[in-house]
Design a protein around this ligand. Structure first.
Ligand code: UD1
Ligand code: CA
Length: 434
């Protein structure tokens, strides 16, 4: 495919007021990435001339996209042409003769779906789908297999509202058609908006041919509300999970597993039900057990959970982390931490056992400090390690010990528990009072 043949314009300047949010609509995320990210990513597969139209919260939209891509052109939709998808097209200049225009709120679009627009003999090709409930979409009036007109919901008559063929929000135009009709758009309608969709009836009146490509909602769904966002996320999640299962990852009840777009798996991995794996986490030959959370971490040849929480910047290798263990910004290699621990800002080396209930006290209320634990260390249950602290190789910590800051040297035992006393018949005396 020749990438240079088509320009893409993505409309991302709108307020998105139906989201009821302070955040620009196109920056709302599904599966860990902004909606606009997915659209730009798919667009870059078929074009090297991509323009994103911005206005509302333009700085954040630009900053977000520039953090992923370095080849996007931004055009600002100015106040005079605001609002409206047609207004968004008013200052566009593109490289190629053919221009694909996309709404910025359709994160489920794929390169394959976009490819469907590249072959047409018509002057304009637009996308339609049929919905039982067409609410919110523009209705498409088709006569003799040619599109005659798009009527926005708010301008539609009672009869038009019953049409279930809707405008999916992608159009293939020629540069000449855009240059001719975009300047003629007016905002003389129910919403006082410059509708891009009015180009269709204007072109039709001049005798141009306008075809409709029937597409699937699964790839073309527009996101206007938080409910739409959640629905789109569910579809995207199924795609992500399917991709990884096809790559050999075992998943139990995949519909309960949330894996973000940037996560990668290698080798043979198992993910049990209810897990959440986020950011750019890397899971290699590992088993993530039920209801565990892995955030922006690396897990290699290890098993995690059930009910464990790896917070960002954790790295596990040849390690077992069991239930109710929370790990943050720590590196564990060849370690067992089976139950009920907090390990933060720590490095723990091979052969070390972290007993149940061990806590690294990494924060004194002002600063965070590091804990370093060497090889073959045995940390007894219910101990607190007050950082900054080093336990050298071959150290023991007795159960229930509070280890103060400093260094415990190789071969040493740290013990701070009070001496045990036995008081005979105390139980009987105590309760006989009652
Ligand atoms: C639009 C179509 C509708 C179609 C639907 C498909 C128009 C007039 N209507 O409606 O026929 O069924 O998409 O999903 O085009 N935008 C701008 N500048 C603006 C206003 C919007 O760039 O001034 C951008 C938005 O950021 C958004 C996209 O255009 O990404 C679509 O805008 P939106 O308001 O969601 O259009 P719909 O009402 O859904
Ligand atoms: Ca929309």
């Amino acid at each position: 495919m020749n990438k240079n043949k088509i320009s893409i314009v993505i409309l991302a300047a709108g307020k998105g007021s139906r989201m009821k949010s302070a955040k620009a609509k196109v920056l709302h995320s599904i599966c860990g990435k902004e909606m606009l990210y997915f659209i730009v990513k798919a667009s870059r597969e078929i074009s090297d001339d991509i323009t994103v139209v911005i206005a509302h919260q333009k700085e954040s939209v630009m900053a977000s996209m520039n953090s992923y891509f370095n080849d996007i052109n931004f055009v600002v939709q100015n106040d005079i042409n605001f609002p409206g998808t047609g207004g968004a097209m008013k200052n566009i200049s593109v490289k190629n003769e053919r221009v694909l225009v996309l709404n910025g709120d359709m994160p489920l679009i794929t390169p394959n779906a976009l490819n469907g627009f590249l072959n047409t003999n018509s002057d304009i090709l637009m996308s339609i789908f049929n919905l039982q409930n067409p609410d919110g979409y523009g209705r498409v009036i088709i006569e003799e297999e040619q599109v005659k007109k798009i009527v926005e919901q708010k301008d539609a008559s009672g009869i038009e509202l019953q049409i279930t063929t809707v405008n999916a929000g992608i159009y293939l135009f020629s540069k000449d058609i855009l240059n001719k009709y975009i300047p003629q758009l007016t905002n003389n309608n129910a919403q006082k908006e410059y509708y891009l969709t009015d180009v269709i009836s204007m072109a039709k009146a001049d005798g141009l041919s306008i075809s409709a490509l029937l597409v699937e909602e699964e790839h073309f769904k527009g996101v206007n509300s938080k409910k739409d966002l959640a629905d789109a996320e569910e579809i995207m999640q199924q795609r992500i999970n399917t991709k990884w299962m096809e790559a050999g990852v075992s998943m139990q009840l995949p519909s309960t597993i949330y894996i973000e777009e940037g996560v990668t798996f290698e080798g043979e991995c198992i993910v049990e039900n209810g897990c959440r794996i986020t950011g750019s986490s890397k899971i290699i030959n590992s088993h993530i057990k039920a209801h565990s959370i892995v955030e922006e971490s690396i897990v290699k040849n290890s098993d995690v959970g059930p009910l464990a929480h790896l917070r960002p910047a954790s790295s596990l290798e040849d390690t077992h982390v069991g239930n109710f263990v929370e790990i943050k910004k720590s590196t564990l290699k060849g370690v067992k931490a089976g139950h009920l621990s907090y390990i933060g800002d720590a490095t723990v080396d091979e052969g070390t056992n972290i007993g149940a209930g061990v806590i690294t006290c990494n924060y004194d209320g002002i600063n965070k400090y590091k804990t370093t634990i060497g090889k073959n260390v045995f940390v007894g249950s219910d101990s607190q390690l007050i950082a900054p602290i080093t336990l050298e190789d071959n150290v023991m910590v007795a159960a229930g010990t509070t280890v103060r800051s400093g260094t415990i040297k190789s071969g040493e035992l740290a013990v701070s528990s009070a001496k045990q006393r036995i008081i005979k018949d105390f139980y009987y005396k105590f309760f006989s009072k009652k």
